[in-house]
Design a protein around this ligand. Structure first.
Ligand SMILES: Cc1cc2nc3c(=O)[nH]c(=O)nc-3n(C[C@H](O)[C@H](O)[C@H](O)COP(=O)(O)OP(=O)(O)OC[C@H]3O[C@@H](n4cnc5c(N)ncnc54)[C@H](O)[C@@H]3O)c2cc1C
Length: 226
């Protein structure tokens, strides 16, 4: 990837963000905890580390780098966007992540989900506002805070949205998001071990397989649902 990942030190990412938003370089940095945001300015100047003068110029000894794209948040969406933007090698891409590198071993062990679900190092551990319908209880809202974002702490269940939801988006004016339009992209992204068919694809970056074990109760629930 022809880019840079500023992830290892949260402080660096925060410093970079604050410098960029303050610097009079016409940069627009939109950070979000929910999804990815991309800032594009052809040949924009972006400071990775170091101090800026009152005019926004790098101070002696600081490092200035040039990027074509800045992607904020190295989660599911941000990693894909940064990867796709940089794969041609024509663009320099900076991918910023507020959390640490994904070195926590529990990220790489499927059952580690139980650990990362409550970890404060790789999980923002958000809470909802008090919910009036639930006696004003706040609900726990885990979100990933590491390279890979929530996909580094998720349950690894491959699931797509309901067809009708995509079609409704289209009906509400979101052209290109109806089920027939998004299905080819689901298939393109997938490497389904059962092989390709009308709904599934092979050769994509997302490896998908059936559960290796069978559970009578789960089979009965599925049978009752269809
Ligand atoms: C516990 C859990 C279990 C789940 N299980 C499943 C499942 O089994 N199957 C499934 O399909 N989906 C599951 N999901 C949902 C799925 O993982 C998410 O919908 C998806 O990862 C969201 O992708 P995203 O790119 O929108 O955000 P995220 O992947 O959450 O990425 C956002 C990234 O931005 C970073 N960030 C935030 N603010 C800043 C900032 N200011 N500067 C820099 N970086 C910042 C965050 O640290 C994070 O890394 C689960 C989610 C959770 C939390």
């Amino acid at each position: 990837m022809n880019g840079a990942v500023a992830s290892s030190v949260t402080r660096d990412a925060r410093a970079a963000l604050s410098i960029a938003t303050e610097a009079p370089l016409g940069l627009r940095i939109a950070a979000t905890t929910r999804s990815v945001s991309i800032t594009k300015r052809i040949r924009m100047r972006y400071l990775i580390t170091g101090d800026v003068s009152s005019t926004g110029e790098p101070m002696p000894g600081s490092v200035a780098e040039i990027f074509d794209f800045i992607v904020t948040g190295a989660g599911s969406a941000g990693c894909v966007v940064a990867s796709r933007l940089s794969e041609s090698s024509r663009h320099r891409v900076l991918l910023l992540e507020a959390g640490p590198r994904d070195r926590n071993p529990w990220i790489h062990i499927p059952l580690g989900y139980a650990k990362t679900y409550v970890s404060s190092t790789v999980n923002w551990r958000f809470e909802t506002e008090p919910q009036p319908q639930l006696g004003n209880r706040r609900l726990y809202l885990p979100r990933g805070k590491t390279l890979g974002g929530s996909s580094s702490i998720n349950g690894m269940v491959y699931i797509r949205g309901n067809h009708a939801d995509y079609d409704e988006w289209r009906q509400r004016g979101c052209e290109g998001w109806d089920w027939d339009s998004v299905l080819p992209f689901f298939k393109k992204a997938e490497n389904q071990t059962r092989g390709a068919d009308e709904f599934h694809g092979v050769g994509g970056p997302l490896h998908v397989s059936n559960q290796p074990g069978r559970f009578g109760l789960a089979d009965a629930v599925l049978e009752a649902c269809v």
